[in-house]
Ligand binder design. Structure first.
Ligand SMILES: Cc1cc2nc3c(=O)[nH]c(=O)nc-3n(C[C@H](O)[C@H](O)[C@H](O)COP(=O)(O)O)c2cc1C
Length: 192
Protein backbone atom coordinates (compact mmCIF):
# COMPACT_ATOMS: atom_id res chain seq x y z
CA UNK A 1 0.00 0.00 0.00
CA UNK A 2 1.35 3.41 -0.96
CA UNK A 3 1.03 6.58 1.14
CA UNK A 4 -0.46 9.57 -0.66
CA UNK A 5 -0.57 13.02 0.92
CA UNK A 6 -3.07 15.55 -0.45
CA UNK A 7 -2.09 19.17 0.22
CA UNK A 8 -4.95 21.64 -0.25
CA UNK A 9 -3.73 25.22 -0.65
CA UNK A 10 -7.16 26.72 -1.34
CA UNK A 11 -8.75 29.53 0.67
CA UNK A 12 -11.93 27.48 1.09
CA UNK A 13 -10.09 24.67 2.92
CA UNK A 14 -12.07 21.60 3.95
CA UNK A 15 -15.37 23.27 2.99
CA UNK A 16 -14.41 24.83 -0.35
CA UNK A 17 -15.08 23.89 -3.96
CA UNK A 18 -11.68 22.26 -4.26
CA UNK A 19 -12.56 19.87 -1.43
CA UNK A 20 -15.07 18.19 -3.79
CA UNK A 21 -12.20 17.20 -6.11
CA UNK A 22 -10.26 16.01 -3.08
CA UNK A 23 -13.14 13.76 -1.98
CA UNK A 24 -13.35 12.25 -5.46
CA UNK A 25 -9.57 11.72 -5.61
CA UNK A 26 -9.63 10.13 -2.13
CA UNK A 27 -12.38 7.73 -3.24
CA UNK A 28 -10.39 6.79 -6.36
CA UNK A 29 -7.14 6.39 -4.41
CA UNK A 30 -9.05 3.83 -2.32
CA UNK A 31 -9.50 1.73 -5.46
CA UNK A 32 -5.68 1.74 -5.75
CA UNK A 33 -5.45 0.60 -2.10
CA UNK A 34 -3.57 3.77 -1.14
CA UNK A 35 -3.32 5.21 2.37
CA UNK A 36 -4.52 8.82 2.11
CA UNK A 37 -3.92 11.80 4.39
CA UNK A 38 -5.34 15.26 3.59
CA UNK A 39 -3.74 18.49 4.81
CA UNK A 40 -5.93 21.59 4.42
CA UNK A 41 -3.23 24.22 4.51
CA UNK A 42 -5.58 27.05 5.58
CA UNK A 43 -5.82 25.32 8.97
CA UNK A 44 -3.27 26.97 11.26
CA UNK A 45 -2.19 23.61 12.65
CA UNK A 46 -1.66 22.12 9.16
CA UNK A 47 2.05 22.87 9.11
CA UNK A 48 2.65 21.14 12.46
CA UNK A 49 4.59 17.96 11.84
CA UNK A 50 4.89 18.94 8.16
CA UNK A 51 8.27 17.29 7.67
CA UNK A 52 7.04 14.00 9.19
CA UNK A 53 4.00 13.98 6.89
CA UNK A 54 6.06 14.81 3.80
CA UNK A 55 8.52 12.03 4.67
CA UNK A 56 5.59 9.60 5.17
CA UNK A 57 4.22 10.33 1.69
CA UNK A 58 5.28 8.34 -1.36
CA UNK A 59 3.27 10.58 -3.70
CA UNK A 60 1.32 13.82 -3.53
CA UNK A 61 -1.74 15.57 -4.88
CA UNK A 62 -1.48 19.36 -4.67
CA UNK A 63 -4.75 21.29 -4.97
CA UNK A 64 -5.80 24.92 -4.90
CA UNK A 65 -8.39 27.35 -6.20
CA UNK A 66 -7.36 30.26 -8.43
CA UNK A 67 -7.22 33.68 -6.75
CA UNK A 68 -6.30 36.68 -8.87
CA UNK A 69 -4.41 34.44 -11.31
CA UNK A 70 -2.44 32.67 -8.59
CA UNK A 71 -2.62 29.82 -6.09
CA UNK A 72 -4.02 30.40 -2.60
CA UNK A 73 -1.99 32.09 0.12
CA UNK A 74 -1.98 28.83 2.16
CA UNK A 75 -0.15 27.15 -0.76
CA UNK A 76 2.31 30.05 -0.99
CA UNK A 77 3.01 29.78 2.76
CA UNK A 78 3.51 26.03 2.36
CA UNK A 79 6.03 26.60 -0.47
CA UNK A 80 7.91 29.17 1.60
CA UNK A 81 8.08 26.86 4.65
CA UNK A 82 8.95 23.84 2.48
CA UNK A 83 11.98 25.55 1.00
CA UNK A 84 13.83 23.99 3.96
CA UNK A 85 13.06 20.55 2.46
CA UNK A 86 14.00 21.39 -1.15
CA UNK A 87 15.85 18.54 -2.88
CA UNK A 88 15.66 16.44 0.32
CA UNK A 89 14.06 13.11 1.24
CA UNK A 90 10.69 14.79 1.90
CA UNK A 91 10.23 15.53 -1.81
CA UNK A 92 12.88 13.96 -3.96
CA UNK A 93 11.53 12.02 -6.93
CA UNK A 94 8.08 11.45 -5.39
CA UNK A 95 5.36 11.77 -8.06
CA UNK A 96 2.94 14.68 -7.68
CA UNK A 97 -0.42 15.33 -9.32
CA UNK A 98 -1.94 18.82 -9.31
CA UNK A 99 -5.63 19.79 -9.42
CA UNK A 100 -6.84 23.39 -9.71
CA UNK A 101 -10.32 24.91 -9.50
CA UNK A 102 -11.37 28.31 -10.86
CA UNK A 103 -14.36 30.25 -12.13
CA UNK A 104 -13.20 30.81 -15.70
CA UNK A 105 -9.72 32.30 -16.23
CA UNK A 106 -6.17 31.87 -14.95
CA UNK A 107 -6.20 28.27 -13.68
CA UNK A 108 -4.06 26.75 -16.46
CA UNK A 109 -1.32 29.23 -15.71
CA UNK A 110 -1.60 28.34 -11.99
CA UNK A 111 -1.37 24.63 -12.89
CA UNK A 112 1.71 25.05 -15.10
CA UNK A 113 3.53 27.38 -12.70
CA UNK A 114 2.80 25.18 -9.67
CA UNK A 115 3.99 22.07 -11.54
CA UNK A 116 7.15 24.00 -12.43
CA UNK A 117 7.84 25.01 -8.83
CA UNK A 118 7.13 21.51 -7.52
CA UNK A 119 9.39 19.94 -10.12
CA UNK A 120 12.22 22.29 -9.12
CA UNK A 121 11.67 21.46 -5.43
CA UNK A 122 12.35 17.83 -6.38
CA UNK A 123 9.10 16.00 -7.15
CA UNK A 124 8.31 14.12 -10.38
CA UNK A 125 5.42 15.32 -12.53
CA UNK A 126 3.86 12.35 -14.40
CA UNK A 127 2.23 12.85 -17.81
CA UNK A 128 -1.42 13.89 -17.73
CA UNK A 129 -1.44 14.28 -13.95
CA UNK A 130 -2.72 17.86 -13.80
CA UNK A 131 -6.14 19.31 -14.44
CA UNK A 132 -8.16 22.48 -13.99
CA UNK A 133 -11.85 22.26 -13.15
CA UNK A 134 -13.79 25.44 -13.90
CA UNK A 135 -17.21 26.76 -12.99
CA UNK A 136 -17.56 27.72 -16.68
CA UNK A 137 -16.92 24.10 -17.69
CA UNK A 138 -19.23 22.81 -14.96
CA UNK A 139 -22.05 24.89 -16.42
CA UNK A 140 -21.18 24.14 -20.04
CA UNK A 141 -21.09 20.37 -19.42
CA UNK A 142 -24.70 20.54 -18.31
CA UNK A 143 -25.92 22.68 -21.21
CA UNK A 144 -27.92 21.40 -24.19
CA UNK A 145 -24.74 21.48 -26.37
CA UNK A 146 -22.66 18.41 -25.43
CA UNK A 147 -20.55 17.83 -28.55
CA UNK A 148 -17.46 19.68 -27.24
CA UNK A 149 -17.45 17.97 -23.81
CA UNK A 150 -14.58 15.57 -24.57
CA UNK A 151 -12.24 18.54 -24.88
CA UNK A 152 -13.09 19.90 -21.42
CA UNK A 153 -11.41 18.83 -18.21
CA UNK A 154 -14.18 17.14 -16.23
CA UNK A 155 -14.70 15.33 -12.91
CA UNK A 156 -14.22 12.05 -14.82
CA UNK A 157 -10.62 13.13 -15.55
CA UNK A 158 -9.79 12.90 -11.83
CA UNK A 159 -9.70 9.13 -12.42
CA UNK A 160 -6.97 9.62 -15.09
CA UNK A 161 -4.99 11.94 -12.82
CA UNK A 162 -5.12 9.42 -9.95
CA UNK A 163 -4.29 6.52 -12.29
CA UNK A 164 -1.23 8.28 -13.73
CA UNK A 165 -0.09 9.35 -10.26
CA UNK A 166 -0.29 5.77 -8.96
CA UNK A 167 1.43 4.41 -12.09
CA UNK A 168 4.34 6.75 -11.38
CA UNK A 169 4.31 5.95 -7.63
CA UNK A 170 4.61 2.23 -8.38
CA UNK A 171 7.48 2.63 -10.86
CA UNK A 172 11.20 2.36 -10.09
CA UNK A 173 13.43 5.26 -11.09
CA UNK A 174 17.09 6.19 -11.30
CA UNK A 175 16.99 9.97 -10.98
CA UNK A 176 19.78 12.03 -9.45
CA UNK A 177 19.62 15.29 -7.47
CA UNK A 178 21.83 18.35 -7.92
CA UNK A 179 23.29 19.96 -4.78
CA UNK A 180 21.42 22.87 -3.14
CA UNK A 181 22.63 25.56 -0.74
CA UNK A 182 21.11 24.63 2.64
CA UNK A 183 22.11 27.85 4.44
CA UNK A 184 19.43 30.37 5.43
CA UNK A 185 17.47 31.16 2.22
CA UNK A 186 16.35 34.49 3.75
CA UNK A 187 19.85 35.83 4.35
CA UNK A 188 20.78 39.21 2.88
CA UNK A 189 22.74 39.08 -0.37
CA UNK A 190 22.64 42.81 -1.26
CA UNK A 191 24.49 45.34 0.90
CA UNK A 192 24.27 49.16 0.81
C1 LIG B 1 -10.34 36.31 -3.86
C2 LIG B 1 -10.76 35.43 -5.01
C3 LIG B 1 -10.15 35.58 -6.24
C4 LIG B 1 -10.51 34.77 -7.32
N1 LIG B 1 -9.86 34.91 -8.52
C5 LIG B 1 -10.19 34.12 -9.56
C6 LIG B 1 -9.49 34.24 -10.80
O1 LIG B 1 -8.55 35.02 -10.97
N2 LIG B 1 -9.90 33.42 -11.83
C7 LIG B 1 -10.93 32.54 -11.70
O2 LIG B 1 -11.25 31.85 -12.67
N3 LIG B 1 -11.56 32.37 -10.51
C8 LIG B 1 -11.22 33.12 -9.44
N4 LIG B 1 -11.85 32.94 -8.23
C9 LIG B 1 -12.81 31.82 -8.05
C10 LIG B 1 -12.14 30.62 -7.35
O3 LIG B 1 -10.93 30.24 -8.02
C11 LIG B 1 -13.05 29.40 -7.36
O4 LIG B 1 -14.29 29.68 -6.75
C12 LIG B 1 -12.37 28.23 -6.65
O5 LIG B 1 -13.11 27.06 -6.90
C13 LIG B 1 -12.24 28.48 -5.16
O6 LIG B 1 -11.79 27.30 -4.53
P1 LIG B 1 -12.08 27.04 -2.99
O7 LIG B 1 -13.58 27.16 -2.77
O8 LIG B 1 -11.58 25.65 -2.73
O9 LIG B 1 -11.31 28.07 -2.22
C14 LIG B 1 -11.51 33.77 -7.15
C15 LIG B 1 -12.13 33.62 -5.89
C16 LIG B 1 -11.76 34.44 -4.84
C17 LIG B 1 -12.42 34.23 -3.49
Amino acid sequence: MKNILILNGSLGGAKGNTSVLIKEATRLLGTHSANVDVLHLDDETALDELERKLLWAEGFIFTTGTYWDSWGSPMQKFLEVSTAFEAGAAFLFKPAAVMITMHSVGGKSVLSRLQGVLNTIGVAIPPMSGLVYALSTHLAMNSSEQSFNADFWSMEDVEIVVHNLMTAVNKKHDYKAWPVDRKDPKRRWLNE
